[in-house]
Design a protein around this ligand. Structure first.
Ligand code: GUN
Ligand code: FE
Length: 454
């Protein structure tokens, strides 16, 4: 049963590297928020769809100058680090964790504090167009559950992970799971409680198994979480091959790469989300692809913590599932569109190099960089494919998770000039220039959500 038909300008990237833009189209959305049909103006199917919807009052006509695009997917974000966004980026990863981040995350033992932060965060992300988020929470079951409840209440599609970290050599006494057995029992309890949330029959919000990263977990915990993933079918997320320090730590402890260790513990599974993965070898990328796992590329955070940038071009060419993550607060922007921009700059820096003293031919890795169409795909359908969710494009069977961009707002860097900009160029301008204030409306599963929902 069709619920409504939305008619106006739209664009999406149905596959990597291709933007499809239509100056006028109609999207039929059913009562469950699933897209039933997409028709382009100028066809008999479009005329019939629009005429039928108009006749029974189900037609929603978008204003002139408004453009619809798919909702954005943030594959990697630390919800408890929201109060820390925009500060404390003066230390390398291993110092930053101990000095700033673990003390902040420990505060989420206080569930009221957690609720205050998480409510603000989820509202802000929706306002930025993030319709799906894959969250690291903290070690605390109650506060992590509060995040899941808030996502459900606000209508944001989410994977929420209670963080597992038990190794006393790497995790401070004031902030860690007591031991592997407690971490496993708490993770199991968290999964059951998220799956049992009232009013979420369609699993808009799901639990995700979340070993923080190999250095903070004992082998016993990693093995137990691998078994739990197989038993429950939950997706897995973790950090992988992020920095020199982290890669060397894992190599010294296990004599294998992060990806190989995760495989051996049963954690490298279909749709496992590997944040960063900057130091992956070609062998690791093949392994990740073979397992059907995915990389959450976090370009802004790479510049602060990685001492390197993820080989995005290589991963795309190899067909490795990839999307974008903000990595708040290792990244200081909540906007996945900003993530597109940073991914484009990072790929250019990798390809062209940055050291002006070197001859051009010796400066960078060479080869093409990454295109705007590829960046858009990463932020939408690529993220959806990483998670195995039918989101990120306008196609029958996909959920109507969408963002409406107003291109007519005064004093915005987003400007569309009549007679100068085609709908394809408008799409590129939106990816590169749209700000939070240009986002007029956001839908998840056909339902208006976020601050402008009313
Ligand atoms: N590795 C382990 N924990 C973290 C974290 O909180 N942020 C980032 N960027 N990397 C990590
Ligand atoms: Fe992270």
């Amino acid at each position: 049963m069709q619920d409504k038909v939305i008619s106006g300008a739209l664009f999406h990237a149905p596959e990597s590297g291709r933007i499809e833009a239509m100056a006028r189209a109609a999207v039929a959305v059913d009562a469950d928020g699933v897209i039933a049909a997409v028709e382009c103006a100028g066809t008999p199917e479009f005329d019939a769809l629009v005429a039928g919807a108009r006749a029974d009052g189900r037609l929603v006509e978008l204003a002139e100058g408004s453009v619809l695009m798919p909702g954005l997917v943030d594959l990697h974000i630390h919800a408890p680090q929201w109060p820390q966004i925009g500060k404390a980026l003066d230390e390398p990863l291993e110092v930053w964790l101990q000095k700033y981040t673990f003390p902040l995350e420990a505060r989420y033992a206080d569930v009221d504090f957690a609720r205050r932060v998480y409510r603000d965060l989820v509202g802000s992300l929706l306002a930025h167009g993030t319709t799906t988020a894959v969250y690291f929470a903290t070690t605390h079951v109650e506060a992590s559950l509060a995040l899941a409840e808030i996502c459900l209440d606000e209508g944001q599609r989410a994977f929420v992970g209670k963080v597992a970290m038990d190794d006393p050599d790497q995790c401070p006494g004031y902030y860690r799971d007591a031991d592997a057995a407690v971490a496993l029992a708490d993770t199991r309890a968290f999964i059951d409680r998220v799956r049992g949330l009232a009013g979420d029959g369609d699993a808009l919000v799901r639990p995700i198994i979340t070993p923080r990263f190999i250095p903070s977990c004992t082998d016993e915990l990693l093995a137990g979480l691998g078994k739990l993933a197989a038993e429950t079918g939950c997706l897995v997320q973790t950090h992988c091959s992020e920095s020199d320090w982290e890669r060397d730590f894992v190599m010294a402890r296990h004599g294998r790469t992060d990806s190989e260790v995760l495989r051996d513990f049963g954690l490298l599974r279909e749709h496992t989300v590997l944040a960063h993965s900057n130091f992956v070898t070609d062998g690791d990328l093949s392994l990740i692809r073979e397992k059907g796992a995915a990389v959450a590329h976090c370009p802004l955070s790479n510049f602060y913590f990685a001492n390197a940038v993820f080989p995005l071009r290589r991963a795309l060419d190899m067909g490795v599932r990839t999307g974008l993550g903000t990595d708040i607060s290792g990244g200081h922007s909540p906007s996945v569109l900003d993530g597109c921009r940073h991914a484009l700059s990072a790929a250019r820096a990798r390809a062209s190099g940055v050291e002006a003293d070197l001859p051009a031919g010796e400066r960078g890795a060479g080869g093409p960089a990454v295109t705007v169409a590829e960046a858009l795909w990463l932020a939408t359908a690529g993220g959806g494919e990483a998670l195995g969710l039918p989101v990120g494009k306008f196609a029958p069977g996909f959920h109507f998770d969408a963002v409406l961009v107003d291109t007519c707002r005064p004093a915005s860097p987003l400007k569309v000039w009549e007679g100068l900009d085609t709908i394809e160029e408008t799409a590129a301008k939106i990816v590169l220039n749209a700000t939070r204030d240009d986002i007029a409306k956001v839908w998840v599963r056909g339902r208006a959500v976020g601050p402008n929902a009313g």
